[in-house]
Design a protein around this ligand. Structure first.
Ligand SMILES: [Zn+2]
Length: 405
């Protein structure tokens, strides 16, 4: 049995998604024979309550020089980070402020600090993505964050007012080293502010496509509390977010440095009421996921039998779990439409569905569009009113499989 990455307790997976490729590993046909697969399984630690992958993919296989995800492709996310940056600038910066962000991507958040002339440092391991940020004038280094890097940053820049991370902390298996680094890096009143997909939303919405190689952890307030307490830190506030299909933003300070907002206890009580501390909750989650798969495949087969066309919308990392776990193959769906040039002309990981430019979708609308980017659903459907007007229908699978007429 594997051990919990946080507290070393042996844990048993409660679900297996089977053999899974790298979620963001869009590839060319000549690469098919060498595609990397691993067992995608999730376990719950009854000791520290952390939900986590039980087999990990090496970081170098996922985040490399050709990493295909650029944050700034979504205007809604740009606005989300602008608002967060405004809050930090207004409420959390001391004299001579310094802000650090891990997984700073193409600078979607830090550009707000750079433009205001605030000292900042981005840490982005994917070299090609980091280069895009640097070209925008955002100071960025390509390394993995840990205690050692924290010490070097403090030596060069001093301690930080804020250490931020959006959709990145849950990616890091060696979390103790990160949190220990945060302890070193933060000023006495400094804050770690991070957000990641929230376990409570995954359980409530059966949004199992949050589970893929990059997401080593599925955080809750209870599991994050346990983790940061090991390093003399504590959660002082939490704020639920609607982005990415339901995320939680955590504010963490040195123990005793800040008053703790009532929202922390309130959210913990909510998690207990949901049963996030109980193994049975995850057995039920598995059953719900299996039902979702059955329903989606039945729907796609029915549509195929009617001779209708289905295309998929947005070649997301999440979609790799859905296509491979459910068994969605190119005989059921024609292609995946995506606006990211780096993915176009390639094939989806594992399922090998062709990825075509968005213009293909517009040129000849399918009868149905399977919405892989459901977490940007509102933004997408508002943009695609012509598809609907032409008789197109959306297929969504979160929180349940349904056709939106
Ligand atoms: Zn544990």
């Amino acid at each position: 049995m594997p051990n919990c990455l946080i507290c070393r307790t042996p844990i048993e997976p409660f679900i297996s998604f089977g053999k899974m490729p790298i979620a963001n590993g869009f590839l060319n046909p000549e690469e098919f024979p060498h595609e990397h697969f691993f067992d995608l399984q999730v376990g719950f630690c009854s000791q520290c309550k952390m939900v986590q992958l039980t087999e990990l993919v090496e970081q170098e296989k996922m985040f490399h020089g050709n990493y295909a995800f650029f944050s700034s492709t979504s205007s809604r996310m740009a606005e989300h980070f602008r608002r967060l940056a405004d809050t930090v600038k207004r409420e959390y910066l001391g004299p001579d402020p310094f802000v650090v962000e891990i997984g700073s991507n193409d600078g979607i958040m830090l550009q707000n600090f750079a433009q205001a002339g605030i000292r900042h440092l981005g840490i982005e391991p994917s070299a090609n993505v980091a280069e895009v940020a640097r070209q925008k004038g955002i100071r960025t280094i390509s390394e993995f964050f840990n205690e050692d890097l924290a010490r070097r940053i403090v030596a060069e820049y001093g301690q930080a007012d804020a250490f931020m991370g959006a959709n990145v902390v849950c990616h890091i298996p060696y979390l103790h080293s990160v949190v220990a680094g945060v302890k070193i890096l933060l000023k006495p009143k400094g804050l770690m502010i991070f957000e990641d997909p929230y376990l409570g939303d995954i359980v409530a919405k059966t949004s199992y496509d949050q589970v893929y190689d990059e997401h080593a952890f599925y955080f809750s307030v209870m599991s994050v509390s346990y983790l940061v307490a090991q390093h003399g830190l504590e959660i002082i506030d939490v704020q639920p977010q609607t982005v990415h299909g339901g995320s939680m933003r955590y504010f963490i300070g040195h123990k005793g440095a800040h008053p703790i907002k009532p929202m922390v206890a309130a959210q913990l009580a909510k998690e207990e009421a949901m049963g996030l501390q109980r193994p049975e909750t995850y057995v039920r989650l598995r059953e719900n996921i299996e039902r979702s798969r059955t329903d989606l495949m039945k729907l796609l087969r029915d549509i195929k039998q009617q001779g209708k066309r289905v295309a998929c919308y947005a070649a997301t990392s999440k979609s790799t779990t859905v296509t491979n776990y459910c068994g969605i193959t190119p005989d059921l769906v024609e292609f995946i439409s995506d606006t990211t040039p780096i993915k176009q002309g390639k094939y989806s990981p594992g399922a090998h569905i062709p990825v075509k430019p968005y213009e293909e979708f517009k040129k000849r609308y399918p009868d149905y569009a399977l919405l892989f980017g459901w977490n940007h659903g509102e933004e997408i459907m508002a943009k695609e009113q012509a598809f609907k007007a032409a008789g197109g229908k959306w297929i969504v699978y979160v929180p349940k499989v349904q056709v939106l007429e």
